[in-house]
Design a binder for this molecule. Structure first.
Ligand code: SF4
Length: 378
């Protein structure tokens, strides 16, 4: 049921992105890139960050909110400091296009531009339905006031929890360089830590719901248990093999096997659903071994593990198990280095590298778009 709900949400979100693409409400941004897509984050995120507008050298280039320029770098460093994972958040802006002055530099969105875009901001909030909204800067806080009036001001209410539309609203300063003059880096770090602490407190109160969502979805669990029943893999290899199974399924069947969220990380594809804690939560008796500074081995004792998940892997179709067998046979025995090379040769990863090289940016933590081998990056 939850999975069905997620799929409906994703579909509605894609529809919203399409409406935004055709919006021409603001004359000076009528032909700008609209920064709203799956790269904005998870549609089931519990925390939503809202900043001001895409930056010329940041989101307007990378198509990822708060990413690619100095502000994006600051923001990602603050998230990292507070142990917040970008892939588990939803990040957007009060205004979805990059406002520029007549010299082509970033400029502040006008009141009417902020007003024009509130209908999209409202739709995003309704669709994502986060438990916590974090506004970054006065513009984002003002945009919320246009949706549902509040009496908050950044200066007075910074780093406080407020109730707004039955959600927790936390006003913070913008992570841009100028805002650092008003709010020191040390204070901003504490602000982000405060967001994480608030989230943990809320999670404890709704622990039943959280523990349910921290389990692997049934289709992903079935594939993982099938893989690990067949062979012992490092944690690194498990993520790459899972990606290759999804990629080969896309090439051969025209669709992926699951809705698992797979992102580009420094060492290649990483499936956020296969986080080690989620694996441990979902699979009784799963064992991990710390081999070196970075590698885990995920393995089972043949006679004792997966008794409870055997039924699940039995539910996989013959077509699917043949696909998994094919991938395991081709890649399962490769070293981590060789496996990394193999995934980098696939079209989705080559497209990302091509884009990164052309635009001189990195797309770490962005979702990997599955495309066939003949589709090129634009
Ligand atoms: S900023 Fe928002 S309202 Fe204005 S053109 Fe872009 S998408 Fe439309």
């Amino acid at each position: 049921m939850e999975e069905l709900f997620n799929k409906i949400n994703e579909q509605e979100f894609d529809n919203l992105c399409n409406s935004v693409k055709s919006c021409e409400l603001c004359p000076r941004m009528a032909s700008s890139q609209r920064i709203l897509s799956r790269a904005s984050g998870s549609v089931s995120a519990k925390i939503m960050f809202i900043a001001e507008a895409p930056g010329r050298l940041g989101a307007d280039q990378s198509a990822i909110p708060l990413h690619g320029d100095k502000t994006g770098h600051n923001f990602e460093a603050l998230l990292k400091f507070a142990n917040l994972e970008r892939s588990e958040l939803f990040i957007t802006n009060a205004v979805l296009c990059n406002p520029r002055d007549t010299d082509g530099n970033n400029s502040t969105p006008t009141k009417s531009e902020i007003f024009n875009c509130t209908k999209f901001l409202k739709s995003q909030i309704e669709l994502i339905n986060p438990e916590i909204i974090v506004t970054l800067g006065a513009t984002a806080l003002h945009a919320l006031n246009l949706i549902e009036p509040h009496s908050l001001s950044l200066k007075i209410n910074v780093r406080t929890v407020n109730t707004w539309l039955q959600k927790k609203l936390i006003p913070l300063y913008h992570p841009g360089q100028r805002a650092m003059l008003h709010r020191s880096l040390a204070n901003q770090r504490s602000d982000y830590q405060f967001v994480n602490d608030t989230f943990k407190q809320l999670s404890r109160k709704t622990s039943y719901r959280i523990s349910k969502t921290s389990l692997l979805k049934e289709d992903i669990l079935a594939i993982v248990s099938y893989i690990l029943n067949k062979q012992k893999l490092t944690y690194f290899a498990l993520h790459k093999i899972f990606y290759l199974i999804e990629y080969n399924s896309f090439l051969n069947f025209g669709h992926r096997l699951t809705t698992a969220y797979i992102i580009r990380q420094k060492d290649g594809p990483y499936c956020t659903d296969l986080h080690i804690n989620r694996l441990r939560n979902s699979i009784d008796g799963l064992q991990t071994k710390f081999i070196s500074k970075t590698s885990f081995v995920v393995y089972k004792e043949k006679e004792s593990l997966f008794a409870s998940t055997d039924d699940l892997s039995d539910k996989l179709s013959d077509e699917t198990t043949k696909m998994i067998d094919y991938v395991l046979e081709k890649y399962g025995a490769k070293s981590n280095a060789s496996l990394k090379r193999s995934v980098y040769f696939t079209r989705p990863m080559r497209n990302i590298l091509f884009y990164e090289n052309n635009h001189k940016i990195n797309l770490y933590n962005t979702p990997i778009q599955f495309v066939d081998q003949f589709t090129l990056a634009t």
